[in-house]
Design a protein around this ligand. Structure first.
Ligand code: NAP
Length: 273
């Protein structure tokens, strides 16, 4: 499995599996066990997904040593607003049945607290409860504000990113600050026709790969970590198998040109939760 190296030297598998909208505990448990059995070593969850317990149990029952798995969870907005940051990480660790997560992310840039919360995140890092700390859904102006007060540069910024929302500005900003960009909704979150876009279909034929593999590899070529979600064995395998081929620079540009700034999720500037 190809890995990227975060700004504190921690390695992160370039492809992980996400478990958003896998609320059913049995399905979440089976998905994570299946993912680990087909070779995934990177799992992305969040307190708000409601499946941390199932994820933790699946890891424990998988037989894969905990230290071989890169596990991410996230600090929810309500906990940010209430200032219950220690309580939140402690609860996540308990549910996940682990002493530490590999990556702890601030889920959204809550207007009143997205700067001040970072010092608490730094504390969590120093306590060893997270091997790396980062943010999610932060635009460059949020990061500018945060960095003015930070002692530790976020390791990751997890943002919505797929060929109709290329986020070139956020990706290049993150690269200049040594913050790894990570793509959520990398396949279009099951809400987009991107996997049947004619350009993607043409490139799938050209490289003898599936549309999903082309779209995931496009982000990989741009140095963006991907965390596609699937509950199906064949798709989990398909989504993981993107490191045995390369897209040409010209084809990367053709995919980037599909951008139409089309968000399928909430906008970090206007979210209301
Ligand atoms: N930080 C944030 O605010 C945030 C927000 C949203 C998501 N996330 C994270 O990012 C992860 C991924 O995003 P996402 O789940 O929204 O969307 P996604 O990974 O882009 O798309 C998932 C959808 O694509 C389908 N799919 C998976 N593999 C496929 C393939 N090879 N061919 C065709 N369809 C395929 C899945 O269906 P099946 O399951 O039926 O295969 C599901 O409907 C989440 O699970 C979560 O961990 C983070």
């Amino acid at each position: 499995m190809k890995e990227f190296v975060l700004n504190n030297g921690i390695k992160i598998p370039a492809v992980g599996v996400g478990v958003f909208r896998v609320e059913d505990a049995n399905i979440a448990y089976e998905t994570v066990k299946l993912a680990l059995s087909v070779g995934y070593r990177h799992i992305d969850t969040a307190m708000i997904y409601g499946n941390e317990e199932a994820v933790g149990k699946a890891i424990r029952d998988s037989g894969v040593p905990r230290q071989d798995i890169f596990l991410t969870t996230k600090l929810w907005n309500a906990d940010q607003r209430s200032g219950q940051i220690q309580e939140a990480i402690n609860a996540s660790l308990k549910h996940l049945d682990t002493d530490y997560v590999d990556l702890y992310l601030v889920h959204w840039p809550v207007k009143e607290t997205y700067v001040s919360v970072w010092n608490e995140m730094e504390h969590i890092y120093k306590q060893g409860k997270a091997q790396a700390i980062g943010v999610s859904n932060y635009n460059p102006h949020h990061l500018d504000d945060l960095l003015r007060h930070a002692n530790i540069v976020p390791a990751v910024n997890q943002i919505e990113c797929y060929p109709y929302l290329t986020q070139e500005d956020v990706v290049s900003y993150c690269k200049t600050k040594k913050i790894y960009p990570q793509a959520w909704g990398p396949l279009g979150a099951g809400k987009s026709d991107v996997l049947s876009n004619p350009v993607i279909l043409e490139l799938a034929k050209k490289y003898d790969k599936t549309p999903a593999q082309i779209v995931l590899r496009w982000n990989h070529e741009r140095g963006v970590i991907v965390i596609p979600k699937s509950v199906r064995r064949e798709r989990l395998i398909e989504n993981l198998s993107i490191t045995d081929f390369q897209l040409s620079a010209e084809d990367v540009s053709r995919i980037s040109a599909l951008n139409k700034n089309q968000r399928l999720g909430s906008d970090p500037e206007t979210f209301d939760f």
